[in-house]
Design a protein around this ligand. Structure first.
Ligand code: ZN
Length: 252
């Protein structure tokens, strides 16, 4: 089965959820405490769902959930596959003009990010990360500080030196279907070595007017054949294998 390493599974329309989880293994990433609770409920009925718990860094209004989410992670540690979605805000900060407010949000985000990394190190869990553009280098330093062994930089786009360090640390990057529609992103993806690639949908985020679903990993793999000169099957095999190592799962 193909593995979607980053999907907001609980946000998919019910009929797609049912259909997709039968055909794919899906890492469902929480954005806050409440979505984490829903994912934990789904886990009881969908064995192909891998639950990741965290707080999405682009939602500062959710940072107050931290204590609750830490408790949620500790209480469900045997049920979950990773801590995430965690990381640092980027898009949120672009929208704020007030420099003081910006600095305040970033500072809070960094404190929470550090607490989550400490927790991941303590519980020996992988992290499903939203650390893009400028925040890449900072995130890498923090991950190195806490000796995080398994990390996924979801939909990562940033500079090449950050990419080198991600590879050097044995971490992964997931490629989203956006590569099919966005020339700039495609240009960046061309630099990602195939050996660290995994595939994601970030569903229900839309691509070309279509709701992102786990099965889109096939479409992405098909597109990637033009970058890596491998067959679609070979690309899927490598990406799926990387995901299995990352989340410590079997996929027979
Ligand atoms: Zn996401």
């Amino acid at each position: 089965m193909n593995i979607d390493v980053h999907c907001h599974f609980e946000q998919l329309p019910a009929e797609l959820r049912e259909k997709e989880i039968r055909r794919n293994i899906v890492a469902g990433v929480a954005v806050d405490y409440k979505s984490g609770e829903i994912l934990l409920e789904y886990k009881k009925i969908y064995p192909n769902l891998m639950v990741c718990l965290g707080i999405h860094p682009e939602y500062p209004e959710k940072y107050g959930d931290y204590e609750l989410v830490e408790k949620q992670i500790r209480e469900n540690v045997s049920e979950i596959s990773a801590i995430g979605e965690i990381g640092l805000p980027y898009f949120n900060l672009l929208e704020i003009e007030d420099m003081e407010k910006k600095a305040d949000i970033l500072k809070k985000a960094e404190i929470i990010f550090e607490r989550f990394l400490k927790l991941a190190a303590e519980l020996d869990l992988p992290v499903n990360l939203h650390c893009i553009e400028d925040s890449g280098e900072y995130a890498i330093r923090e991950l190195e500080k806490y000796k995080i062994k398994k990390a996924l930089f979801h939909w990562f786009e940033g500079d090449l030196s950050a990419l080198e360090k991600i590879k050097g640390n044995g971490w992964n990057i997931s490629v989203s279907p956006d590569v099919i529609y966005n020339k700039e992103y495609e240009k960046f993806v061309r630099n990602i070595p195939l050996e660290i690639i995994t595939l994601e949908s970030d569903g229900p985020w839309e691509y070309g007017g279509e709701i992102g679903i786990p099965s889109m990993t096939e479409k992405t793999a098909d597109f990637l054949t033009k970058i890596y000169s491998k067959s679609k099957e070979e690309i899927l095999e490598i990406a799926n294998r990387n995901a299995c190592v990352l989340f410590n799962i079997k996929n027979d």
